[in-house]
Design a protein around this ligand. Structure first.
Ligand code: FAD
Ligand code: SF4
Ligand code: SF4
Length: 453
């Protein structure tokens, strides 16, 4: 019998006060009973509109039906036919703007908790799809081990290609390991996904900066095709006075120190500031993550400063709710105009009070400076206002066409201006989402397969 409750089965979470002091995962995950109850909310609609909202087209009613039948292995097999990282996507996809946005149950009440159910299946099914395929004699190089690179690697390895992933950092995973914190995405989950790929025969070369250690042209001498999934890791700043003071971080640097360099561990020797009063500038997932990390490092007060209103906050809804529960202060319609300092260190931030004007070309109302000013006291400012693709690869490869924002130009088949060189994910689109990057990696793998077979 269908469960006609208008509310999603609640996700068990850690207590907000307790979790604000540690890096344990906040959302604990559905029990078997929770998952069964939530699965019963799905009406198995014949037109399944939810699927059109998933960038990789997972058969959502198909896997939910398997949960109803208590067949988790069957559910996992259905998800794996479209996605190689369900434990990741079930946790971090902005479902409210993707699959769940189109769910018919959302017309009157909450949509089905598709992401929560996907995570339940990924965490609890035992099977893995790491069988080695028959080698086909062709070699593909992949630059970057984020979701785009990993998805491309998995899809090609399953077709028998010899795949080598070249990663600049010492640990594979891209933003999944250096950006998204442990309390949202435990690193063991990413490590497990990477291990599955290595079992399939994918070779991962870390500490290799393509563009410095080796160029794309040199890779092309040894490999039949190349996929570039190098992300968008170059932080942007506001170019306001005081940005060079001690205590100003880019969110990328702050999060890399906390996550990849493990400053979150009590015995860590990674240098990082443990702020008393932190201000994080921005309203996306990156800003939420930086603010919640600053809180967990022991800050007494953490504020998010965002120039639009709550309605325009680009972060996942759940992360905003969790941040609020943990005591993060949201200073909306506020924009920094300068960072104040004393003896070379941050002492505060001067802010403009904003109002909302006419919608811009994307339909979002433009923030307009009202002229009013106020100061906020703080000892740390973290800039989370966006990132751009790193120019390193492009500079070393003059024939690689890019946009004026530094994104690699690709055609509808993810093909770049270079022969047998493909690209996808944030390196092409600028900062986007995990599942979009994966979708691009998968599409590029299909095109590379068409080219080489
Ligand atoms: P990346 O994940 O950036 O991976 C690129 C990899 O390439 C990196 O490992 C990098 O070291 C490597 N690389 C770069 N240059 C070179 C080079 N020259 N040679 C070799 N290797 C190189 N998305 C969501 O869907 N949900 C979220 O909740 C979410 N939260 C986020 C939180 C943070 C803090 C950040 C920063 C991003 C978040 N995103 C989220 C966005 C999402 O993580 C990205 O869109 C996604 O990771 C892009 O994948 P990618 O593979 O294109 O790039
Ligand atoms: Fe939804 Fe993301 Fe899963 Fe697709 S991958 S069904 S968008 S949670
Ligand atoms: Fe189930 Fe919602 Fe998809 Fe319908 S739209 S099949 S109720 S998840």
């Amino acid at each position: 019998m269908a469960n006609m409750s208008q509310s999603k089965t609640p996700m068990p979470v850690l207590d907000p006060i307790e979790r604000g002091k540690c890096f344990e995962e906040v959302a604990i995950g559905y029990t078997e009973e929770d998952a069964f109850n939530e699965a019963q909310r799905c009406l198995n609609c014949p037109t399944h509109p939810c699927v059109s909202g998933c960038p990789v087209g997972i058969d959502i009613p198909g896997f939910i039906t398997k949960i109803k039948e208590n067949d988790l292995e069957g559910a996992k097999a259905i998800i794996n036919a479209s996605s190689s990282l369900p434990a990741v996507c079930g946790r971090v996809c902005p479902q409210e703007n993707q699959c769940e946005k189109f769910c018919v149950r959302g017309k009157k009440g909450d949509p089905v908790g598709i992401g929560r159910l996907e995570r339940f299946v990924a965490d609890n099914a035992k099977s893995s799809n790491s069988a080695k395929a028959q080698p086909n004699g062709k070699r593909v190089a992949i630059v970057g081990s984020g979701p785009a690179g990993l998805a491309c690697a998995g899809a090609l390895a399953s077709k028998g290609y010899a795949v080598t992933v070249f990663e600049a950092l010492h640990t594979p995973g891209g933003v999944l390991v250096y950006g998204i914190p442990q309390f949202r995405l435990p690193k063991e989950i990413v490590a497990k996904e990477v291990e599955q790929l290595t079992k399939m025969g994918v070779e991962i070369v870390t500490d290799c900066i393509v563009g410095k250690t080796v160029t794309i042209s040199e890779l092309r001498e040894d490999y039949d095709a190349v996929f570039i999934g190098s992300g968008a890791g170059l932080p942007r700043f506001m170019n306001i006075e005081g940005e060079n003071l001690c205590g100003v971080y880019s969110a990328n640097e702050f999060l890399t120190r906390v996550n990849l360099m493990k400053a979150y561990k009590s015995d860590s020797t990674t240098p990082i500031m443990r702020p008393k009063k932190a201000v994080v500038v921005g309203g996306g997932n990156v800003a939420m993550d930086a603010a919640r990390c600053a809180l967990r490092l022991g800050a007494d007060e953490v504020s998010i400063v965002y120039r639009r209103s709550e309605e325009e906050l680009p972060a996942r809804k759940e992360e905003v709710e969790h941040a609020k529960e943990e005591g993060i202060i949201f200073r909306l319609l506020t924009n920094p105009v300068s960072i104040l300092g004393e003896n070379g260190y941050v002492s505060g931030i001067e802010c403009a009070v904003m109002t909302l004007g006419e919608p811009d070309e994307r339909g979002r109302r433009k923030p307009v400076d009202s002229g009013a000013r106020f100061n906020l006291e703080c000892d740390c400012v973290i800039m989370a206002i966006g990132t751009s693709p790193n120019p390193l690869i492009v500079r070393s490869e003059p024939g690689l066409e890019t946009t004026k924002h530094g994104g690699i130009v690709v055609d509808e088949n993810e093909k770049t201006s270079l022969d047998a060189v493909y690209a996808g994910g944030d390196a092409v689109t600028g900062s986007a989402t995990v599942i979009l990057a994966m979708g691009a990696g998968k599409k590029a793998a299909e095109e590379i397969d068409k080219l080489l077979s």
